[in-house]
Design a protein around this ligand. Sequence first.
Ligand code: ASP
Ligand code: MG
Length: 413
Amino acid sequence: MALIVQKYGGTSMGSPERIREVAKRIAHYHSQGHQLIVVPSAMSGETNRLLGLAKQLNAEPDGRELDVIAATGEQVSVGLLALAIQNLGIKAKSYTGWQVKVLTDSAFTKARILSIDDKNIRKDLAEGNVVVVAGFQGIDEHGNITTLGRGGSDTTGVAMAAALKADECQIFTDVDGVYTTDPRVVPSARKLDQITFEEMFELASQGSKVLQIRSVEFAGKYKVKLRVLSSFTEFDSQDRGTLITYEEDENMEQAIISGIAFNRDEAKLTVAGVPDRPGIAFSILGPIAEANIDIDVIIQNTSFEGLTDFSFTVHRNDYAKALAILNDKVKPLINARSVAGDNKIAKISLVGIGMRSHVGIAAKMFETLAHENVNIQMISTSEIKTSVVVDEKYMELAVRALHTAFELDKVPV
Ligand code: ASP
Ligand code: MG
């Protein structure tokens, strides 16, 4: 008998019929003698609908009230799912985040979990209940309802598993595992049996939407055994999905590159003809940071006749704001020649722990892109990741070419 946390995403909870299917899946695991804590998301589209309502009444809504509104989506889900489970003759009991309670900090709309009280849950499990806990939500020390950021039910699931020392945290979603890249872009993308936390973390932060990045961080930190599975296939107790492991164990597939992530979420800004002297990077990025804008890739050229160009990327939502800061504040301040921007870019990242021990990965990446005539605008690397920024219209072409070049469609030997 194992203690298992199962998280079901919005599409899995999308309709009464879908919820009934989820309940049946839970019943299968229950009949095998496992103890289950189930964490559902809001029904698909519901969180967007709720936040949309809020925006109609106030263009700049207060975070505290947004959380009061958004948290109702998951409250409905837990009640409905508990009813569906009970309908199969199994005892089930639902909890909201504050009933549990899931204590968080007070950062509304992006709160962090501080602790979870497992007293009631343990008691209910011991009495034979399936315990259904609302994802995405908690309560702060002052009694305010909080939410954990979009996609936050993943984090609730992992945090529950950590708090209760569960044997496994299973994330059920509409794909049957983690793929080498998005199969909608590369049909020959391959499902991975295993991937390390570090790789999953990089993939999630570079645009893979399978798991919320914070949940991966949490799972790595608390050594939660995490598995991604589909809730759309027939129940199959042999289905292993993708296991996210915290160690490179011996059975791990020996691929150098595990996956390719991509996103169109960023925009590029360039300040050209800036004097190359100490303090310049700070003069440019200081005002950007002051405006609470996150910066991702940064490049600065070597200078030519005392002048250099400086480029960086920000989230596309912050593009207009960042451009205005550069034009109005930075340009006159440092006497730059010009400011330019481009929000039609895409970032493509190769991720793999094999990069630590293999040379030539970046060269092969650039060769592949050159072959396809794709111009690289920016490059950034970390220990297990190489990213390039390209024109967004070449994104899919580039991802496909890289997927083939690195033989990601073949099972590594
Ligand atoms: N319902 C929330 C959202 O849409 C949380 C989740 O789905 O994980 O972001
Ligand atoms: Mg989700």
